[in-house]
Design a protein. Structure first.
Ligand code: NAD
Ligand code: GLY
Length: 351
């Protein structure tokens, strides 16, 4: 078991262990007492893990209600948010009650946003069941739903009161969803953790507890330094500006993890072409992504990506902040003029 303390405006623990879900009730008591608990989950995770969580909460004296959404990004919607808020009100949850988000990033983002706005804010606990949620979305307090105009366009910063990560639950993940999470894991290595990158060479599944703990430690440090995403937290967007453009261009037929993997390969290739990053590091990045069954080549041209990328949240006026690897373990924010973006993408897409 590893426990990592996140020192944001609210401090909380991330507890990482295999087989810890049956102890969720007892672990939550110090944080919220035996209150009314609303489990939020999706239908796939519900069938696999809700009973274990519900039993654990009931055994510890919680009153339990449950809200289940269909699995998939389409459920991260304003409709689901309103339905969930109405459900909380119908079930008379009060300010001293708590939401338990059991699932991947979709469940965590939706449940966290509901917790942020219900009664102007109640507690919530994250119980991530995907690798992506374990290493990224469950920590740091970014919560959101999607709007018709784009992903994550309505949201709030609302830190969880506790994160309980039972990585045994990752055993039931389909391989492609595990791979999506690997993209985020590899991202931390390239951003600022060369030793983690080296550890990943012996396999992510083989070292799950150590890998998740290293990623959470990285994220906790970044969140502590820049909770509200005005500076160094933007480093977590490595590969994401291009990745989001690829996802959107594919009408979400290309998964987030695959798009971010392509994005990381593209920015590293561009950095090598601009003389910012040694060529050898590009080879290592590509090899690492491929070993996690992730793609490194993009089916679109610079023209097809640049328009979408210019609508990115990281754009300020005529400049856009990209995250660029200067070497594995040393990525930096790199501001370029929007006029230079196409050239940057072309460099990254060259054979
Ligand atoms: P997801 O929540 O849709 O889960 C992927 C699929 O895996 C779903 O079909 C789900 O039912 C299934 N699943 C989950 N756990 C399972 C398990 N243990 N066994 C079998 N199947 C399981 O997707 P995700 O990749 O976890 O998260 C993506 C979302 O996270 C996106 O909406 C993204 O915007 C968001 N995100 C948020 C942050 C943040 O900081 N808040 C960071 C990164 C991503
Ligand atoms: N996943 C990006 C962030 O938490 O800032």
């Amino acid at each position: 078991m590893r426990t990592i303390r996140v020192k944001a405006s609210v401090e909380y623990d991330v507890i990482i262990d295999g087989g810890i879900l049956p102890r969720a009730g007892e672990l939550s008591l110090p944080v919220c007492g035996a209150c009314s608990a609303c489990i939020v989950t999706d239908d796939t995770v519900d069938a696999l893990y809700s009973k274990t969580l519900e039993k654990s909460l009931l055994d510890s004296g919680f009153r339990v209600v449950k809200f289940v959404i269909p699995h998939g990004e389409a459920s991260k919607s304003t409709t689901s948010l309103i339905n969930l808020l109405e459900f909380l009100a119908e079930n008379k949850l009060t300010r001293s009650d708590c939401i338990f988000a059991l699932g991947g990033g979709v469940v965590g983002d939706l449940a966290g946003f509901a917790a942020a706005v219900y009664l102007r804010g109640i507690k919530f606990i994250q119980l991530p069941t995907t690798l992506l949620a374990a290493v990224d979305s469950s920590v740091g307090g970014k919560t959101a739903v999607d709007l018709v105009a784009g992903k994550n366009l309505a949201g709030a910063f609302h830190q969880p009161s506790l994160v309980i990560c039972d990585y045994k639950t990752l055993d039931t993940l389909p391989p492609e969803i595990f791979s999506d999470g690997c993209a985020e894991v590899i991202k931390y290595g390239i951003i600022n953790d060369r030793p983690l990158f080296e550890l990943l060479k012996s396999g992510i599944r083989n070292n799950l507890e150590e890998v998740i703990a290293a990623c959470v430690l990285n994220k906790s440090r970044i969140v502590a330094a820049d909770e509200f995403d005005t500076g160094m937290r933007q480093l977590l967007n490595l590969g994401h500006t291009v990745g989001h453009a690829i996802e959107a261009r594919s009408e979400f037929g290309i998964s987030h993890g695959s798009a971010v993997a392509m994005g990381m390969a593209i920015v590293t290739r561009a950095a090598v072409s601009m003389g910012l990053c040694p060529e050898n590091d590009l080879g290592e990045v590509v090899e690492m992504l491929e070993s996690a069954s992730l793609p490194t080549r993009c089916p679109y041209g610079a023209d097809e990506l640049v328009g979408t990328a210019l609508g990115d949240k990281k754009r300020f006026g005529d400049t856009i902040s990209l995250v660029v690897p200067y070497s594995i373990g040393d990525s930096r924010l790199y501001k370029i003029n929007v006029n230079e973006l196409k050239d940057f993408f072309e460099r990254g897409l060259k054979e």
